[in-house]
Ligand binder design. Structure first.
Ligand code: GLC
Length: 483
C-alpha cells in the first residue's frame, strides 16, 4: 500500500477529519510481513542492523499512550459561550481567538490534580509501553519550563510546575519510555509560526519570518526538550508545511543527535518532494488502520483518539467501546504496526474517567493475552476468515502463531484455511487448555471449547514446526470465475 504524502493539505484534512469516526476494523488482506529492515532513514550512515537495534523496543512495544494536554483544556471546546466545532486543541484557530485573549487562558490553567506517577502507572497498567505527550502544540504554549519566553506552564500559570519533568521522572521509575510531540511548523502564538487553514488572523501578533521563528523558538525548545528531561525515546513532529525548507529541517533533525537512539516520525517536512532524507523512522496513519499495513521494512504507528478529539472538550462523550479499541489494537498488530491511543486530560490535570475505564479494561485483556501482541510480527496469512486476526513470533525451531478469535465458532470448529505446517501444540492462551487439531484439505481445524474465555477476543496459540507455510491467497474463499 502506498503511503500518502504528508502535504499541508492532507495534514489539514487529517485535522479536520479528526472528529469523524475512525475507520472500522477492515478486512485482512495481502498482509505485509515486516521482515528485516532494508531501508535507511536518517541518520543516513546507519546500517540495517543498527537500525533494527534502535527500533527494537518500539517494535516490541506495539501499544503506546498519546497525551494531548495544553492550555486548550481550559476553554475545553467552548469560546464566548459557543461550542466550537472540530478538535479541541484547534480552538484558537477555529474560533480565531486573538493571541492576547488566548494567552489569558494560561492564568486559569492550574492543574493541581496532576499526578505524573498516576498517569504513568495508568499507561503501564493499560499495557502501554511508551507515552508521547504534547510538549508544544500549534497554539505555541510550552508545557514545560522553557527559557525561550514566558509562554509556558511554569511561568504563565498559577501552577508553577514543569509537568514534563515530573513525567520524565515517573517514566524512569516505572520503566515506561517517554516521547515528546512538538509542533515545529504551526505556532499561532509566536511571530512567523505557520497557521494552516486560512493563515494568520491576528496579523499584528502572528506575522513574521518563519526561519526566525524556527531559530528563536522551535530549535531552542527542541534542544531543551532533548537536554533537560533525561532519556527521550521519540520525537513526534506534526503538520509539516511547505514553509519548512530542507535546510531548516536539517537543523531540527540535527538536534536529535542530543539523544542517540531516538525515533522520529515522518512529519518533519512534507516528504513527497524530499526523497528519502526526511522520511523518518515511522509512518503515521492518523485515525485509520491501513487495510494491509505497510510494505515490509517500513515501521508504522496508527494514532487515534479515544473519543472524537485529541485535546479535551468537556462535551465530547463519543467514546469508542473497549471492544472496538481492543480489536483495533489486535488488527494493527496483525498488520505489523503500533497503536498510539490518545487521552485528553482536563485543565485540572485529570484523565477523564471514561478514558481511564477503557484503558484499564485493555490492560486486563493484555495481562492475559499480551504474549499475542508484544514482540509479534504481522500475520503470515494473505487473508483470514472473518473470525478474527493472527499475529506471529518466529522461534529458533519454527514459529508461534496467535489466532485472535473475535467471533467464537458456534460449532466449536475453528477453520484455519491455508496453514500447512505440522503443529506441535495447540492451546488456549487464557487457560492453557490443550486443543485438538486436525489437518484438512483446506488447512487446519482447531476444536474449541463451547464458550470463549473472553467476550471480546480469545487467543489460540499454535506452535508450528518450521517457519509458517501458508497457501497463496485463498482462491477457495472466492467464487470461481465464470467460464
Ligand atoms: C493533527 C492535528 C493535531 C493532532 C495530530 C495528532 O495533525 O493537527 O491537532 O495533534 O493530528 O496526530
Amino acid at each position: 500500500m502506498k503511503t500518502p504524502p504528508l502535504c499541508a493539505g492532507l495534514v489539514l484534512a487529517f485535522a479536520l477529519s479528526a472528529l469523524a469516526a475512525n475507520s472500522t476494523v477492515g478486512p485482512v488482506a495481502d498482509l505485509a510481513s515486516p521482515a528485516a529492515s532494508t531501508d535507511s532513514s536518517a541518520p543516513s550512515a546507519e546500517s540495517p542492523a543498527a537500525r533494527d537495534a534502535r527500533m527494537a523496543w518500539w517494535r516490541e512495544a506495539r501499544f503506546g499512550m498519546f497525551i494531548h494536554w495544553g492550555v486548550y483544556s481550559v476553554p475545553a471546546g467552548t469560546y464566548q459561550g459557543k461550542q466550537i466545532p472540530s478538535i479541541g486543541e484547534w480552538i484558537m484557530l477555529n474560533a480565531k481567538i486573538p493571541v492576547a485573549d488566548y494567552a489569558g487562558f494560561a492564568k486559569e490553567f492550574n492543574p493541581v490534580k496532576f499526578d505524573a506517577e498516576a498517569w504513568v502507572r495508568l499507561a503501564r497498567d493499560a499495557g502501554m509501553k511508551y507515552i508521547v505527550i504534547t510538549a508544544k502544540h500549534h497554539d505555541g504554549f510550552a508545557m514545560f519550563h522553557t527559557a525561550v519566553d514566558g509562554f509556558n506552564i511554569f511561568d504563565a500559570t498559577p501552577f508553577k510546575r514543569d509537568p514534563l519533568k515530573e513525567l520524565a521522572a515517573a517514566c524512569q521509575k516505572y520503566g515506561v519510555k517517554l516521547g515528546f510531540y512538538y509542533s515545529q511548523d504551526q505556532d499561532w502564538h509566536h511571530p512567523g509560526g505557520v497557521a494552516l487553514k486560512g493563515g494568520h488572523w491576528d496579523k499584528a501578533a502572528q506575522d513574521g519570518d518563519f526561519a526566525s521563528y524556527v531559530h528563536n523558538v522551535a530549535l531552542p525548545q527542541v534542544r531543551e526538550l532533548l537536554t533537560h528531561y533525561g532519556p527521550v525515546s521519540v520525537l513526534w513532529w506534526d503538520t509539516p508545511t511547505p514553509e519548512m525548507t530542507p535546510e531548516l529541517a536539517r537543523e531540527l533533525a540535527g538536534a536529535l543527535k542530543l539523544q542517540p537512539g531516538i525515533i522520529q516520525n515522518n512529519r518533519l517536512i512534507p516528504t513527497a518532494s524530499q526523497g528519502t532524507e526526511f522520511k523518518g523512522d515511522t509512518e503515521t496513519p492518523e485515525q485509520r488502520i491501513p487495510a494491509t499495513g505497510y510494505p515490509a521494512g517500513r515501521d508504522w504507528e496508527t494514532c487515534m483518539t479515544i473519543n472524537g478529539t485529541w485535546g479535551y472538550k468537556s462535551y465530547d462523550t463519543n467514546f469508542k467501546t473497549t471492544e472496538k479499541l481492543l480489536q483495533n489494537l489486535i488488527d494493527i498488530a496483525s498488520k505489523g504496526g503500533n497503536y498510539l491511543l490518545n487521552v485528553g486530560p482536563t485543565s485540572e490535570g485529570v484523565i477523564p474517567e471514561p478514558e481511564v475505564e477503557r484503558l484499564r479494561a485493555m490492560g486486563a485483556w493484555l495481562k492475559v493475552n499480551g504474549a499475542a501482541i508484544y514482540g509479534t510480527t504481522a500475520s503470515p496469512f494473505p487473508k483470514l476468515p472473518a473470525w478474527g486476526r493472527a499475529t506471529k513470533k518466529l522461534t529458533a525451531t519454527g514459529a508461534t502463531l496467535y489466532l485472535h478469535v473475535f467471533t467464537w465458532p458456534t460449532d466449536g470448529k475453528l477453520a484455519v484455511p491455508g496453514l500447512r505446517n505440522a503443529i506441535t501444540s495447540a492451546t488456549l492462551l487464557a487457560t492453557g487448555a490443550q486443543l485438538a487439531t486436525e489437518k484438512t484439505a483446506d488447512g487446519l481445524t482447531v476444536t474449541l471449547p463451547a464458550t470463549a474465555p473472553d467476550p471480546i477476543s480469545s487467543t489460540v496459540v499454535l506452535e508450528l514446526k518450521g517457519a509458517p507455510e501458508v497457501d497463496a491467497p485463498l482462491a477457495t474463499a472466492v467464487a470461481p470465475a465464470a467460464p
